[in-house]
Design a binder for this molecule. Structure first.
Ligand SMILES: Nc1ncnc2c1ncn2[C@@H]1O[C@H](COP(=O)(O)OP(=O)(O)O)[C@@H](O)[C@H]1O
Ligand SMILES: [Mg+2]
Length: 265
């Protein structure tokens, strides 16, 4: 079970979009057993799959703040292979979480009960380095920092990296991988090309090779509560997210990926 976290202290960079579409590609295209977890109280991860946050009695916040919860009762089946622990705004629970004992490691503890049930856990985080995001990092094998192409693309990244380093020190997470993913890239824009160079320099060798281009179909798919590979499988955005999932799988599971490539020939 590999836990991938999408993070950036800046809002609107595409964290949720990447969480939705990466988990859909892994589950629906590659047949992996995927659990999505929405740690953002805005609830957009669930909304993007048609879950209405107002109807929820079992959210990720409830899971973290409950005493000895039965984790499986928080999991919603979205599609075969694709399960989700959704979230919703609940300021009282947010405050309770901030005041909890062991508050940063609650998610890691809860996920132990699901070990072996999923191949991948994909976690969406809010645009702030608070307790919810800390929980995600403590539980993470890999943090993907989603960077949008625009002004201030690098804003806050040094702080974010420092926080991740602090958590990985405190919890002895020597193997945690932190990488950058460029989103909303527009080849024709000088600014985007500059941002690409700057972000590449910031992350050094740790950039994900696949770039997610700006594609209006990605936003339309979200409004239609569908991942892009279902909403419009031939759109450039669907191609980008499939490419991203293949790049990640070729690293996580080099042997299976090689076998399926041979079979496809
Ligand atoms: N590659 C893309 N092309 C076009 N629109 C995108 C792309 N990525 C994200 N968006 C849109 O940008 C907005 C912000 O994305 P979102 O995933 O909600 O960001 P975050 O979760 O980081 O706040 C959303 O309206 C989303 O549909
Ligand atoms: Mg979001």
């Amino acid at each position: 079970m590999k836990t991938i976290v999408l993070a950036n202290a800046k809002g609107g960079t595409g964290k949720t979009t990447c969480a939705v579409n990466l988990s859909a590609c892994l589950a629906l295209h590659h047949g992996k057993r995927v659990l999505g977890i929405d740690l953002d109280p805005q609830g957009n991860f669930g909304i993007s799959f048609g879950v209405d946050p107002r109807q929820l009695t079992h959210t990720a916040y409830h899971l973290l703040t409950a005493e000895s919860p039965d984790v499986r009762s928080y999991v919603k089946e979205i599609k075969p292979n694709l399960h989700l622990i959704p979230n919703a705004i609940a300021p009282d629970l947010e405050n309770r979480l901030e005041a909890s004992h062991n508050r940063d490691s609650l998610l890691r503890l809860r996920l132990r009960a699901l070990k072996g049930s999923y191949d991948y856990v994909v976690i969406d985080t809010p645009p702030a380095m608070r307790t919810a995001t800390m929980n995600a990092i403590v539980a993470a094998d890999e943090v993907i920092v989603v960077v949008d192409c625009g002004f201030y693309a690098l804003y806050g990244l040094t702080d974010l990296m420092r926080q991740i380093a602090r958590v990985s020190d405190a919890y002895e997470k020597d193997d945690i991988v932190i990488r950058g993913l460029l989103n909303m890239f527009n080849r024709g824009q000088n600014l985007d090309r500059d941002v690409k160079t700057e972000v590449g320099e910031f992350f050094g060798g740790l950039m994900i090779q696949t770039i997610i281009h700006k594609n209006v179909k990605i936003a339309e798919a979200a409004s239609a509560s569908q991942p892009i590979i279902e909403f419009e499988p031939t759109a450039p955005g669907a191609f980008d997210f499939l490419k991203l999932s293949k790049e990640l799988l070729s690293e996580y599971e080099p042997e299976t990926q090689k076998r399926s490539a041979t079979r496809a020939k």
